[in-house]
Ligand binder design. Structure first.
Ligand code: HDE
Length: 702
């Protein structure tokens, strides 16, 4: 019987810390100098101590290398095999550990062990990702974000493999390879990377009316989140909860960030990708390392067959959502991320999410996308991780007892013990047996149908919810959607593709169609495609769909950039630093030199960024606190002027202390508005930080 106590654990020798330790450097056997120290002895993978890690074994100092050097051969062979195939989608991702706690007893709805009692906690691992880009691509591509959660429950691993958008581009898994081929680099030229702004993607999309709802989301600021911490997650599909009595209800899963929703704007995204391609992963790492643990609430929308039958759309259609106003989201748990990984590859890269990993009390529905995924995820892990034993890798292994008769295969690490590896058997140590009471039972849904390649009738409505989403946005958000479509289609070379896409938009909103047509320089809005099914009229708008209506209520978790020069007032600097920290935010000092600045009072303040490495796009709000000499120096520096000009152009709140106004002027900000706030006295700092909770001075961008 397989046993979970047998997991391979390498010794943890090194810790992530910034501490520097000067080790003694000595010369090798007449060769390169090398370090000795009081740490463990370097060994081969077989555990043999290594004497020299600088020189291969040679016949003579200038002679040929010898094959006999087993240490050299092992080191190089292992290096040669370091890479595994990256994920075919969601290749770029970042993970963290934490826990999930049930805040409600849901035993009336589900027999899931986790929900049998309020307060039950299980370990969790979450991996966030972009979809289209390769592993080394930028974090702020316009893209959907993966939000994959593994809950290590006492009755097995439960994976909720979701996204930050509650609907999907396609309705049937059959179309997934086409969708992904179209968005990834074109096969003949191998570009563009991590972008949807190209002909192939829009060619496919414009021929797939079912994608229109998701396109509205993907063109909204949801696709350029400020941070993983400030985005929602969704299970997307309709699942089932099944209780101990066998009663089933439908359920949709939502993750709601306690931090509030926040996105960047497109011009920021473009610049952040240059300034810090790791913006999102760095953000998550820093927050967790600073003890500012991000938290999400788990919400469920639970509904029965009667609701499903009365809903104007098919609840099995993943291109549709159920508005929160129709079925409220009930908060039933909390997810907290409180630990970064020890090793990126071992954990984040090797974690294998599978939609088919569910636990008793949870079940699938016949959503054709979900059913297809249940095949794909297992299949892809076998390829990616090299065999069926990927469940033996610690990050994937259950943390509850597990016993089965699966055996052998590459890298088998806990094969069944003893003689019995089959069942039934009559050996006294005969191993595990199925338990009809505890085991997972599929909901015995009555199925009756013709075997055909078809979809449900209601799947054919492709525009109603796209319109509902668009109408639920604030004016600013609607403008961003129009601008994003114009941007993307302006990168499309074939005019026919541009027009074919625009011809969908009048079915969503006439003003949107007109704005996009104008933005593209079309003479008129093309004739609308005929909808396959008459759209549903009069759908109510839903505030839950807007980011701006669900923004933060404090500066907690946000980052203030302080642009400083020598000779500034100590009091204001201290007051600002304190105000940001008191609000739960972070400060980063940007200065002309990385060595930092010296205040008027003679205090040395180290910088985290030299001005050209710390543009204002990296911060949620900025303060320009400079002396008049400092303002003169900075006003001649392009990076400093861009810092100020961009902060203004991006609608940021700008605190101005000392001679900061001079830099703003030099940057072309001639008419400061209500979002540019003079910091005359130390007490202004607190008010400024309170104001910054609004994230942007939206009037400037309207
Ligand atoms: Fe995935 N998807 N997907 N997907 N997906 C993968 O599995 C697939 C879909 C999602 O951080 C792959 O391990 C098909 C919807 C996330 O490791 C692969 C279809 C949603 C992740 C795969 C979909 C997702 C993946 C690639 C259409 C949101 C990253 C590597 C039916 C509900 C998980 C891997 C991680 C990854 C297949 C559609 C979310 C190939 C066939 C809808 C978050 O198995």
């Amino acid at each position: 019987m397989a046993d979970q106590t047998n997991l391979y654990r390498p010794s943890a020798d090194t810790q992530s810390s910034n501490e520097i330790k000067d080790r003694k450097v000595v010369s090798g056997d007449g060769g390169e100098p090398h370090q000795v120290g009081d740490g463990p002895v370097l060994t081969t993978s077989q555990g043999a101590p290594v004497a020299d890690n600088q020189n291969t074994l040679r016949a003579g100092a200038r002679g040929p290398a010898l094959m006999e050097d087993f240490h050299f051969r092992e080191k190089i062979f292992h290096f040669d095999h370091e890479r595994i195939p990256e994920r075919v989608v969601h290749a770029r991702g970042y993970g963290a550990h934490g826990y999930f706690e049930a805040t409600e007893d849901l035993s009336d709805l589900t027999s899931a062990h986790l929900f049998q009692e309020k307060g039950r906690r299980v370990p969790a691992f979450v991996r966030f990702s972009t979809v289209a880009g390769n592993k080394g691509s930028v974090d702020l591509a316009r893209d959907v974000r993966g939000f994959a959660v593994k809950l290590y429950t006492e009755e097995g691993n439960w994976d909720i493999v979701g996204n930050n958008i509650p609907v999907f581009f396609i309705q049937d898994a059959m179309k997934f390879p086409d969708l992904i081929h179209s968005v990834k680099e074109a096969p003949d030229r191998a570009f563009p990377q991590a972008q949807s702004a190209h002909d192939n993607f829009w060619d496919f999309i414009s021929l797939m009316p079912e994608s229109m709802h998701m396109v509205m989301w993907a063109m909204s600021d949801r696709a350029i989140p400020r941070s993983f911490r400030f985005m929602e997650g969704f299970g997307v599909h309709t699942f089932r909860f099944v209780n101990a009595a066998g009663k089933s209800q439908f359920v949709k899963f939502h993750w709601k960030p306690k931090q509030g929703l926040q996105s960047v704007i497109w011009d920021e995204a473009v610049k952040i990708n240059g300034a810090d391609p790791d913006f999102h992963r760095r953000d998550l790492w820093n927050a967790i390392q600073n003890g500012d643990f991000p938290e999400w609430e788990l919400g469920v929308q639970v509904f029965d067959d009667a609701f499903a039958d009365s809903f104007p759309f098919d609840v099995l259609d993943a291109t549709k959502l159920i508005p929160e106003e129709d079925v409220p989201v009930r908060i039933v748990g909390r997810l907290v991320l409180d630990r970064v990984v020890d090793n990126f590859f071992a954990e984040t890269e090797q974690v294998a999410f599978c939609t088919q990993n569910i636990v008793p009390g949870v079940d699938f529905t016949n959503d054709p996308l979900l059913q297809g995924r249940n095949f794909s995820y297992l299949d892809t892990q076998i390829k990616r991780l090299g065999g069926p034993n990927f469940t033996h890798i610690p990050i994937n292994a259950p943390k509850c007892p597990f016993h089965h008769f699966q055996q052998d295969g590459h890298m088998a690490m806990h094969n069944p013990k003893g003689r019995a590896n089959y069942e039934p058997n009559s050996w006294s140590e005969g191993g595990p047996r199925a338990d009809p009471d505890r085991g997972h039972k599929s909901f015995p849904e009555q199925i009756d149908g013709e075997k055909r390649k078809v979809r449900g009738e209601l799947f054919a409505d492709h525009y109603s919810q796209a319109r509902q989403f668009y109408n639920s946005q604030t004016k600013i958000e609607q403008d961003h959607i129009a601008n994003a479509i114009v941007f993307e289609l302006s990168k499309v070379e074939a005019p026919q593709i541009r027009e074919r896409l625009v011809a969908h938009l009048p079915n969503i909103d006439k003003d949107l169609a007109k704005a996009v047509a104008d933005g593209l320089g079309l003479k008129s809005v093309p004739k609308a495609h005929k909808p396959a099914r008459t759209p549903v009229d009069g759908l109510k708008t839903s505030d839950a769909l807007s980011i701006l209506k669900n923004g933060p209520d404090s500066f907690a978790g946000r980052k203030m950039g302080l642009l400083l020069s020598d000779g500034i007032d100590d009091g204001l600097l201290d007051a600002m630093t304190k105000a940001v920290k008191d609000a739960g935010g972070m400060v980063e000092v940007i200065a002309p030199k990385i060595g930092g600045i010296v205040t008027a009072g003679g205090k040395e303040v180290p910088a985290q960024q030299k001005i050209d490495g710390g543009p204002s796009v990296l911060y949620d709000a900025v303060v320009i606190l400079v002396s008049s000499d400092g303002a003169k120096v900075l006003s001649k520096m392009h990076a400093a002027k861009t810092f100020a000009a961009d902060a203004f152009a991006h609608g940021k709140f700008i605190g101005v202390g000392g001679a900061g106004a001079e830099l703003l002027k030099a940057a072309g900000v001639d008419s400061p508005d209500g979002g540019v706030i003079a910091l005359d006295k130390n007490t202004d700092a607190k008010d400024f930080v309170t104001t910054c909770a609004k994230v942007r001075f939206w009037d400037r961008l309207a």
